[in-house]
Ligand binder design. Structure first.
Ligand code: HSE
Length: 337
């Protein structure tokens, strides 16, 4: 299975490390050996049609800043779209950072890959939050799959859980904590009485925050995830424009303490009920949604089962790489028929 990685930041590099450590397991359990034939970052690409040496890609990236700086295999200045269109591969892993302004460059990468009949795996939320129904249609028209497990919940399989575990039942509403960074910030503010800025720096040092952390703090990251969930699970055809968004920027230390006094914690809650909404809310400490640190927690209110909650790590390079790995295995299953 030949793959092109477009976007070689935290998630991409962690994925390569995971692929290295899982080589034998993938062969033994799923009968395949994934090959990365190209890696692309802002500086250009590194290409080897026979499969890149993964140690070498990581070393070049870490020592020279861009994979394009490899003496033999580097192609400075080449961009993701060119590589997607020119390099023969079964799948494109689109791992560039989210930009909610226009979804680029991820949106163009995903469209180019689908048009070239490549299966696509992405962790980039913005293209889906902006244009999910048309991208799904484009994938189906070109008879390939578009997979996006890592866009919601980091490694925690919230999307699969929601999609596969309630067959015959009906999800009536969804409420949850979808952003690890803000949950970490709110938790640290409550436990150590530190400012939002200090807590954000800690979150960045731990690799939870986006390239642009305001997406988390202003609720945009949660809104993107709600749109993906609503479209994928509730049959909605919504986009980010349909979400009412209020982030945690105005939450003060006093709000956090006031909630504590009432045995609650302030959480940034994303909900899909009659409306799709993001807002800070006090959650009672004994409620399953009241999780700490960078954890995500999502409660599904269902017709036959009442409330069911899934909890897990919602951010981080290795965690998100684990979601990409699940998608790779799924694509491989499709390829194998
Ligand atoms: N930065 C996000 C978060 C993870 O803090 O939850 C990626 O969506």
């Amino acid at each position: 299975m030949r793959m092109v990685i477009v976007g070689f930041g935290t998630v991409g590099q962690n994925l390569v490390r995971v692929l290295q450590s899982k080589e034998k397991q993938l062969l033994r359990e799923f009968g395949f050996r994934p090959r990365i034939v190209a890696a692309v970052d802002r500086g250009g690409a590194m290409i080897d049609l026979g499969g890149l040496n993964l140690d070498r890609v990581l070393t070049v990236k870490q020592t020279r800043g861009s994979v394009a700086q490899d003496e033999k295999l580097g192609r400075p200045g080449v961009d993701g779209k060119e590589v997607i269109e020119e390099v023969d591969a079964e799948a494109v892993l689109e791992l560039t950072p989210t930009s909610i302004v226009d979804g680029e460059p991820g949106l163009s990468h995903i469209k180019a890959a689908l048009r070239s009949r490549r299966h696509v795996i992405t962790t980039n939320k913005a293209p889906l939050a902006i244009a999910m129904p048309s991208l799904m249609e484009m994938a189906s028209y070109n008879r390939v799959t578009l997979k996006f497990s890592g866009t919601v919940g980091g490694g925690t399989p919230i999307l699969d859980f929601a999609k596969k575990c309630f067959n015959g039942n009906r999800i009536e509403s969804i409420r949850g904590i979808f952003n690890g960074t803000t949950n970490f910030i709110l938790t640290r503010m409550a436990e150590s009485n530190i400012s939002m800025e200090t807590a954000l720096k800690e979150a960045q040092a731990l690799g939870y925050a986006e390239a642009d952390p305001s997406y988390g703090i202003d609720g945009v990251d949660t809104a993107c995830k709600l749109v993906i969930l609503a479209n994928w699970v509730m049959g909605s055809e919504s986009s980010i424009k349909d979400v009412e968004i209020d982030g945690i920027r105005k939450v003060t230390s006093e709000d956090v303490k006031e909630a504590e006094r009432k045995n609650s914690q302030v959480k940034l809650i994303g909900s899909i009920e009659d409306e799709i909404k993001v807002q800070p809310e006090p959650i009672p400490r004994n409620h399953p949604l009241c999780v700490e640190g960078a954890l995500n927690a999502v409660s599904f209110k269902t017709e036959l089962l009442g409330e069911v909650t899934i909890v897990g790590k919602g951010a981080g390079g290795v965690e998100t790489a684990s979601a990409v790995l699940r998608d790779i295995v799924d694509v491989r299953r499709i390829l194998a028929g």
